[in-house]
Write a protein that binds this ligand. Structure first.
Ligand SMILES: CC(C)(COP(=O)(O)OP(=O)(O)OC[C@H]1O[C@@H](n2cnc3c(N)ncnc32)[C@H](O)[C@@H]1OP(=O)(O)O)[C@@H](O)C(=O)NCCC(=O)NCCS
Length: 182
């Protein structure tokens, strides 16, 4: 298999790597797509996406992990991100390492999110020494919950996201986790 030295994690069809300047444009496009952002409070404008990428860089500097830029190996194109974050709120399951994913709509339905997330979980346990990886999403976000199930995470409950009003239809979240299997 062709190996790009810049990939931190590599799968059959994808390379997960640090962000480069050329990712900013396609990431802005992805984050302003209402369908991609359907289960978030709002789409993101250019400034907000710039701030998001900055936060991702800071996370890498501070912790040595973060949301990796995902590249499709057959096209060398940025198609989204998958990786790890630390939720910025307190709940019964925090502090924790969260795994998350967001891909541009054009590549949905190919198994890319599952492929990238599975490789991240393995990397997290084996190389980053995580003991527990958590994931959560709105109960309405079936495609994302399906990724959690397909990568072997177990549902441990539901919770109301503390940043959302109880009346907000996105407030209720499913909570999944994976524990390191020694
Ligand atoms: C969540 C998200 C990443 C899922 O993407 P996805 O492409 O549906 O997920 P997968 O990579 O698992 O692909 C699954 C589909 O690919 C199909 N598929 C096609 N070829 C495949 C292959 N070679 N291997 C595996 N699955 C394949 C599967 O049948 C499956 O379709 P189904 O769900 O209809 O059964 C995507 O919907 C997204 O970016 N949403 C917006 C951001 C978001 O909500 N993120 C989560 C916030 S918590």
């Amino acid at each position: 298999m062709y190996t790009n030295k810049n990939f931190i994690i590599e799968t059959e069809r994808l390379g997960l790597r640090q962000w480069i300047d050329a990712d900013t444009g396609p990431c802005i496009e992805m984050n302003r797509d209402p369908e991609v952002m359907k289960f978030f409070p709002a789409i993101m404008n250019e400034l907000e996406t710039g701030a998001m990428i900055k936060r991702i860089h800071h996370r890498f500097e501070k912790s040595g992990f973060g949301f990796y830029a995902v590249e499709e190996k057959s096209t060398n194109q940025f198609i989204g991100f998958t990786g790890f974050g630390i939720p910025p709120f307190e709940s019964f399951f925090t502090p924790c390492i969260e795994i998350g994913w967001r891909l541009k709509k054009e590549v949905w339905g190919r198994g890319y999110a599952t492929e990238a997330a599975k490789a991240c979980v393995q990397f997290g346990f084996e190389k980053l020494s995580f003991d527990r990886i958590t994931s959560f999403t709105s109960v309405l976000n079936i495609n994302s919950e399906k990724v959690m199930q397909k990568i072997g995470m177990k549902k441990i409950g539901e919770f109301d996201h503390p940043f959302l009003e109880k009346e907000n239809k996105l407030c209720r979240h499913v909570l999944y986790e994976s524990l390191k299997r020694d």
